[in-house]
Design a protein around this ligand. Structure first.
Ligand code: PEP
Ligand code: MN
Length: 352
């Protein structure tokens, strides 16, 4: 960390800054330039993270050298992490193919969609049992009955499952059913929820908040990692913008940007990022081309009857066409699509 002092700082103020740094158990190295004096701090920078050094008289700016997301940073862990969800690998050359309806609606519907996405090459099944809806009058999900249906369907089709948990009080319940927690965009900074899933060892799909910076996203990942759960997968799902031509603004640059800063896998969700089936295939491919470790896509066999997010759902045959293109791109990039451990039929998938 570097402490930049104000022009005209007094000798007493400089001595006080040095005293303060040393009282925190660190060493200070004073450097007097023609226009500015700076104090280099030597030692464990994390000791200073919560010290309000900018409040000391004579201090102009405090410049950290290390990122505040210590565990999520690529400095802490130069190799890309591989997160395993019930045998399906994500990251380090393995792509997640997460597909399914926005919400679990019924056992029959779930079975039909799971069969279709599995045949198309999906390796993880999604479906929300607890839905975060803008309106309290909109469909809120089936709750535990939905979790049961998702679990049974996943087991029948040999697909591990991912489902959203919205409330720290429900972590225990969702834990019993799911293979991977999803933390939705609206809850990316629900710190109690992050801490709670961090105390488990189950993989977490952490979606970027719609107004969150990349640093905010990595700080939220840090909450989970700092509790001891290292199985975190990031997800770019679009951010708010002034343009209403799509549901959100798909920030494809977030993928390589996260890869520079962090070892954590990152996938893309072009369904929520665009809200438009006509844009989803191009954005999914762009995400994979940009280095994403997977794609998360909503698929429904009758979008006009869907209880949530129907207008953005791909039909099974559209998903199958896209999945074939993703496989071709993956092969070009030397990546594989990991097959679920107990998969019965792996047509069209690359082993891994
Ligand atoms: C979802 O996956 O259905 C969902 C609500 O996603 P997000 O949190 O990205 O809006
Ligand atoms: Mn949805």
């Amino acid at each position: 960390m570097i402490i930049v002092l104000k022009p005209g700082v007094t000798e007493d103020q400089i001595a006080h800054v040095i005293d303060r740094v040393e009282s925190l158990g660190l060493r200070a190295h004073l450097s007097r330039g023609t226009y500015r004096t700076i104090v280099g701090v030597i030692g464990d920078e994390s000791q200073l993270q919560s010290a309000p050094l900018e409040a000391i008289p004579g201090v102009a700016q405090v410049v950290p050298i290390l990122p505040p997301y210590k565990l999520a940073s690529s400095e802490a862990h130069p190799e890309p992490s591989v997160v395993e969800v019930a045998g399906v690998k994500i990251g380090g050359g393995y792509l997640a193919m997460i597909a399914g309806p926005c919400a679990v609606e019924s056992a029959e519907r779930m079975d039909a969609i799971a069969g279709a996405v599995k045949a198309a090459g999906a390796n993880l099944l999604r479906g929300g049992a607890f839905k975060p809806r803008t309106s309290p009058y909109a469909y809120q999900g089936m709750g535990e009955d939905g979790l049961k249906i998702l679990r049974e369907t996943g087991d029948q089709h040999g697909l591990p499952i991912v489902t959203e948990v919205m409330d720290p009080r429900r972590v225990e319940l969702v834990y019993r059913y799911t293979d991977m927690f999803q933390i939705g965009a609206r809850n990316m900074q629900n710190f109690n929820l992050l801490t709670e899933v961090g105390q488990t060892r189950k993989p977490v799909l952490l979606k970027r908040g719609m107004s969150a910076t990349i640093k905010d996203l990595l700080m939220s990942a840090e909450y989970i990692l700092s509790e001891g759960n290292s199985n975190v997968v990031l997800c770019e799902r679009g951010i708010k913008s002034f343009d209403n031509s799509a549901r959100n603004l798909f920030d494809v640059a977030a993928v390589p940007a996260c890869k520079v800063l962090s070892h954590l896998p990152i996938i893309v969700d072009p369904s929520h990022a665009t809200g438009r089936p006509d844009l989803i295939p191009a954005c999914a491919l762009a995400g994979v081309a940009a280095g994403a470790d997977g794609v998360h896509i909503e698929v429904h066999n009758c979008p006009e009857e869907a209880l949530s997010d129907g207008p953005q759902a791909l039909l099974p045959h559209q998903y199958a066409a896209l999945a074939a293109q993703i496989r071709a791109l993956a092969a070009l990039l030397g990546k594989a699509i990991s097959v679920p451990a107990d998969s019965k039929h792996n047509a069209g998938q690359t082993g891994g």
